[in-house]
Each structure stands twice: as C-alpha cells, then as structure tokens.
Design a binder for this molecule. Structure first.
Ligand code: ADP
Ligand code: MG
Length: 243
C-alpha cells in the first residue's frame, strides 16, 4: 500500500498533510530511523492535541478569552501573585478543589476565571463557563420541561465549571435549592471556580435562605482557595487614562 493511503487509513491526517516536509527535514538533518519516526509521530500528535484544545475551548463557551499573561498584577496589589501562579499549575483541578474569587466590579474576577479556565482547557480538562443567571435560566426551564435531571447532569459533567457573577441578582428559593443540588453533585468530584461581588456574610441574602447559604458555603469552601481582591476597578482606570 502507498504511504498516503496508509496514512489515510490510519487516520493520521496531520502527518498526511505534512509528510513531504517531514521527510525533507529528516533528509536535510540526516535523522536516524528512530529520530525520524518520533518526529513524524510528533507531528500527528501535535495536530490532534491542537484540535482537542480548539474543541474544548469552543465547548467552554467563554464570553471572551484573555490569558493570565495579560493580567497586570501591578494594578491589583491586594492579589497574591504567587497564589494565582500556584492555581495556574492546576493541582486544584487535579484534586477537585474549588476557587472562589471575591471583589467589587471591574477588579478582574471574570478575567482571572477565564484565564484559569483556558489553562485547564490547554491541559486537557473539560471546562464550562456560565454566568449564574444563564445557569439558573437553564435549570428552571429544564425543571418546568421535566428534564431537570439531564440538565443537572450536563452541569455536573465538566471537570471545571466556572460560575460567574454570584450576587448581582438574588435567587428565589427554587433557584437556590437547584444551585445547592448542583453543588452537592460536584462536591469532591469536580472543581468549581466561583466569582462574586458579595462577601460570604451576604450570601444568605443572595440565596434568600441563611441555612441553605451556610450549607452551600460549607461544601464550597471545604477544599477551596479564596482570592479576595480589594483594589480599584480596571475599567475605571482605563476610562481615567482616556480622560
Ligand atoms: P470583574 O469580573 O471583576 O467585574 P473583569 O474581569 O470583567 O472584572 O474586568 C474588566 C475588564 O478589565 C476586562 O476587560 C479585564 O480583562 C480587564 N482587567 C481587569 N483587571 C485587569 C488587570 N489587573 N490587568 C489587565 N486587565 C484587567
Ligand atoms: Mg465579571
């Protein structure tokens, strides 16, 4: 069988696309057989890896993408750079621990949560980003359409779930209890990143039920890193800079 046909049948499409270049390079660099084989398979592997990253990135549904490298730590001195770097190593995902990012509007909570999410995508984890509002709309709709179980399962599935903007809108009792069910499902099985503009003391009001809020916080914080950002809004800084 011909090489192109073999590569096609083996579904090695990335190598198939680059096979001439790979062979030319091997000849030019006088690679031995083992080096050549490893180089050729690496081309196929990198192509597949890249495609996996792209697929997981699109499944994550980030509203926008910014990296940790784009985050100016100088602007936010209350944030411990070392702690964020430690989180970027993703051992929290490996161990099914959570991250809670607290702070007023504009301090970079969503930016940081997306950046950590992108790192997790690159490392091969499934990630899903949802604002609390979207999440609640989905769950309530599913409940009324008698497919709550499936909707909860879908949200329990990603290895890292990011729930953005807890605290902007208070939840009804029904919503709060659905939120609790999701937290229970994911507890010690998968990681959460949660952002909020409200301190934990105010979560009783956010969830409309102090006992439930305590039960939620109890599970959420059992294995969690909390980043408490106390600084100024980056949006305002940009506005000021623009005059
Ligand atoms: P929050 O979610 O806390 O309200 P965002 O993460 O949405 O804030 O940040 C608002 C905007 O400012 C975003 O475009 C974000 O990328 C940017 N931003 C915030 N903090 C920083 C920072 N320290 N360095 C760079 N960009 C930042
Ligand atoms: Mg935000």
């Amino acid at each position: 069988m011909e090489l192109a046909m073999l590569l096609h049948k083996l579904k090695m499409e990335h190598l198939e696309n680059h096979v001439d270049a790979v062979c030319e390079q091997a000849a030019a660099r006088e690679l031995d057989y083992k080096e050549f084989l490893s180089r050729a398979l690496a081309v196929e592997w990198q192509g597949r890896d890249q495609r996996g990253i792209e697929a997981r990135l699109s499944q994550a549904r980030f509203p926008w993408v910014k990296s940790l490298e784009q985050f100016e730590f100088e602007f936010q001195p209350s944030l411990d750079r070392r702690q964020v770097r430690e989180l970027a190593g993703l051992s929290f995902v490996e161990r099914n621990h959570n991250v809670v990012i607290l702070g007023p509007p504009g301090v970079g909570k969503t930016h940081l949560s997306i950046s950590l999410g992108v790192k997790a995508v690159e490392a091969g984890y499934s990630v899903r980003f949802l604002t609390l509002e979207t999440m609640m709309t989905r769950l309530i709709k599913a409940k009324h359409e008698n497919r709550l179980e499936r909707a909860l399962q879908q949200m329990a599935y990603p290895r890292l779930l990011i729930i953005d903007e807890i605290g902007y809108l208070p939840l009804s009792r029904e919503e709060a209890s659905l939120f609790f069910r999701l937290i229970v499902r994911r507890y010690e099985r998968a990681s959460l990143i949660i952002t909020s503009n409200k301190s934990f003391l105010d979560w009783g009001d956010v969830f409309n039920d102090h006992v439930l809020a305590t039960a939620i916080l109890d599970r959420l914080l059992h294995h969690a890193t909390t980043l408490n950002i106390k600084g100024e809004s980056y949006r305002l800084k940009e506005k000021r800079r623009a005059g």
